[in-house]
Ligand binder design. Structure first.
Ligand SMILES: NC(=O)c1ccc[n+]([C@@H]2O[C@H](COP(=O)([O-])OP(=O)(O)OC[C@H]3O[C@@H](n4cnc5c(N)ncnc54)[C@H](O)[C@@H]3O)[C@@H](O)[C@H]2O)c1
Length: 513
């Protein structure tokens, strides 16, 4: 069995015999680092968040001695989908692509120079840990597009990790759950699993469980958005709370960005869900006003700028062609699911939170309507047109395509028969299209909501704008990438070489243009 990295390089999966040698390698490393007084930190799940968090902990210096105070072991399942991450990390190569050059520099520095970071496939690493940071995913699966109530939290990967943890960690080990979870998970799911596992092992002490969520933002400030930013945390009991405050204070810039310590993990978990649902709601609210504006010749971008001058309204944002990223489309769903499933309430208190997700998930479909109408006005139809989509990522100046509005746009137009050319200066491969049978996970692709999606597997993301635009019938400006903000309309028309419909999802072109 092989695990294939995005570069195409293949790595054979480890065999059960490899486990013993791997544990010996780790034991030797741990003994060496303990002799230097270092704490052993295991980061479980080295994805977008875990890989960078592991780097930040490994790069941290003891604030009194100025020397490295932690040795970090990143643990990742040896699955065909993910094993390659371990091999890359151990070469000093970051397993995630980031616009922030510090991500790859930090990983290389910690693995190759400081030697404070290694990665492994064996869960036995957990037996060696003083702290375990849990960064595995917890997704929300939607059965239909535009009705998130028909769906559920996918908490199985997290439960599986917790069961393994309970069987292996030492009683003094702090478990820090960073995963965004349905509120109540630490107390109602994690605690009983760990407590039972401890009892089974004859351990009488209480598990030291804590929660602190990530506010990481993909982009040029990726590392700083974890290390130099405010954090909320909490522990299940006083010793856990004290330990988590101590741990986070040792690795983050808490001097400038103090911690907010809450009384219970459910408060920290709820904080994350409310924070993201609030943002999703402002975006969804503006959907109806953008339709009002569009149909009545009102420039909503100007309206929002006028309103934002008022300090109480300064965080209002225009929703663009759809709302994506890993967090906003799912986090509110985790809250609604928790109320009914973990807490067992039968009534329906949530109106705004799920509605906001539904509006945001389907906003992009309107872009396809605009393209259809603009082409009709030129006497053309979508099915016989070539359309250029400028921008694949979910927000400006990042290469992150997870749940981007552009994906829905392209899927809907493909369903309607369009031929599409894609351009994005930050995206080399659009995995959601190229590997739609397995990405983001088998059965999870948005292709399931549309017909005729097969051909999208052959999609290529162009880097050359004039090649993308040549002879197209319509252009969709979908993302506010810097390169698009400075486009000269006359130049664009020259590149296209014929009359074209322009669908500007962000007011990128001004009235003069
Ligand atoms: N990516 C973001 O921008 C962002 C921002 C804020 C919060 N978060 C939250 O952080 C959490 C992690 O997100 P992510 O983007 O890193 O996800 P991810 O899918 O990139 O990473 C999760 C990793 O955990 C691994 N994993 C799963 N089960 C495992 C197990 N049992 N043992 C070991 N490894 C396992 C997966 O293979 C994967 O590598 C989520 O809860 C997410 O909501 C993410």
């Amino acid at each position: 069995m092989l695990s294939t990295a995005p570069t195409g390089e293949q790595f054979p999966l480890p065999t059960p015999q490899d486990e013993t040698a791997e544990l010996r390698r780790l034991q030797a490393l741990v003994a060496e680092h303990r002799a230097q007084g270092r704490e052993i930190v295991v980061v479980l799940g080295v994805g977008f968040v875990g890989a960078v968090m592991a780097g930040i902990v490994a790069d941290s210096l003891d604030k009194t001695t100025g020397r490295p105070g932690k040795f970090v072991i990143g643990v990742q399942r040896p699955s065909t989908r993910s094993f390659w991450k371990i091999r890359l990390l151990n070469r000093g190569v970051a397993p995630v692509e980031a616009e922030d050059p510090e991500v790859s520099a930090m990983i290389a520095r910690c693995v190759l120079e400081k030697k404070t970071l290694t990665a492994t496939f064996t869960y036995d690493a957990l037996c060696l840990a003083d702290v375990v940071v849990v960064d595995v995913q917890c997704d929300y699966f939607k059965e239909t597009l535009g009705n998130c109530r028909q769906g559920h939290a996918e908490i199985a990967a997290l439960e599986e990790s917790l069961k393994v943890l309970g069987g292996k960690i030492q009683p003094h080990c702090l478990v820090l759950i960073e995963t965004t979870v349905p509120p109540g998970t630490t107390e109602y799911v994690a605690y009983p699993i760990l407590k039972k596992a401890f009892e089974g092992r004859g351990i009488a002490t209480e598990p030291l469980l804590s929660h602190s969520y990530e506010r990481v933002m993909p982009g040029r400030e990726y590392v700083a958005s974890i290390r130099d930013f405010w954090r909320v945390c909490s522990g299940i009991n006083e010793p856990a709370k004290e330990k988590v405050v101590k741990f986070l204070s040792e690795i983050l810039n808490v001097e400038k960005f103090p911690l907010t310590v809450l009384d219970r993990p459910i408060e920290s978990e709820t904080s994350k869900i409310v924070e993201n649902s609030y943002r999703a709601t402002i975006l969804a609210f503006l959907n109806e006003w953008s339709l009002f504006a569009e149909r009545n010749g009102v420039d909503l971008i100007k309206v929002i700028k006028a309103i934002k001058v008022r300090p109480t309204h300064s965080n209002m944002i225009f929703p663009g062609p759809g709302i994506g990223g890993y967090c906003l489309p799912k986090d509110g769903g985790l809250g609604v699911w928790s109320y009914q499933t973990l807490m067992g309430f039968e009534d329906d208190i949530f109106k705004i939170t799920p509605l906001a997700i539904d509006i945001n998930d389907t906003r992009s479909l309107h872009v396809a309507e605009l393209v259809r109408d603009a082409l009709r006005n030129m006497g053309k139809i979508v099915a016989a047109s070539k359309i250029a989509l400028l921008g694949a990522s979910y927000r400006e100046d990042v290469g992150d395509t997870r749940y981007s509005g552009s994906e829905i746009v392209i899927r809907k137009l493909t369903e309607m028969g369009a031929e599409i050319a894609i351009h994005d200066p930050y995206v080399k491969h659009w995995w959601e299209l190229e590997k739609q049978e397995s990405y983001p996970a088998p059965g999870h692709s948005w292709s399931r909501f549309f017909r005729n999606q097969e051909k999208l597997k052959d999609s290529k993301v162009e880097n050359d704008l004039s090649a993308t635009l040549k002879c197209v019938d319509a252009v969709i400006l979908a993302v506010r990438h810097e390169a698009y903000m400075t486009l000269d309309p006359d130049e664009v028309i020259k590149m296209i070489g014929r009359p074209v419909a322009v669908i500007d999802c962000f007011g990128i072109l001004d009235d003069v243009a």
